[in-house]
Ligand binder design. Sequence first.
Ligand SMILES: *Cc1c(COP(=O)(O)O)cnc(C)c1O
Length: 236
Amino acid sequence: MSTDALDSGLPGRLAAIRARIASAAIRSGRSPEAVRLIAVSKTFGADAVRAAHAEGQLDFGENRVQEALAKQAETADLPLRWHLIGPLQSNKANKVPGAFARLQSVHSLDLLARLSKAAVSAGVDLPVLIQVDLAHEATKSGLDEAELRHVLASARDLPGVRVEGLMLLPPYAEDPEQVRPWFRRLRDLRDTLLAEGVPPDQLRELSMGMSHDFEVAIEEGATIVRVGSALFGSRA
Ligand SMILES: *Cc1c(COP(=O)(O)O)cnc(C)c1O
């Protein structure tokens, strides 16, 4: 595990990211509170999580269940909210309800149905986002637009899980301006679905934007940004 986050720079980096989030929100005509920062702590240790929490950060993102649960155990004394942002195999669905504040990466109806069963038997409610794949990239999971409509409709009959919005992991591009069209497409898709009568509660959140493009994502409507390396340092 890297120890970059233990350098004295973390408070300054976190403050700078918060300031950039606030400016981007204001530029897009929204209040800074309308955008939530998820600190993506994958590959970094519990010490890094503690350092960020000491600066007031409460939301953390992890992309692997095992790693997340280990870190949760090491920081159980802190009031943190953990978000699972990576692809989840259906057979691990029962590990999520109760352990995570939200699962951002639902990519199939099968997974959502299993999460529903697991949430009901754990007696908890699990907020989720649906991961959308606009670019049809073979290496990434996510639903296309037709599948998305089907899952949104089916989700209304599944107890224990609550769809709160959409998540996007667009193709990488060095220049954030080249990513902007993908962010815009997700927002347009959200607006189209609203116009088609999908309940607004299912489309409240747009999780998009990472270290190198979160400001552009916010300008295009992100309500959640997932920032790792810009905060904790580069991953090994
Ligand atoms: C790792 C990861 C991030 C954060 O990436 P950075 O470029 O380090 O900010 C965001 N979202 C997902 C789904 C990730 O896996």
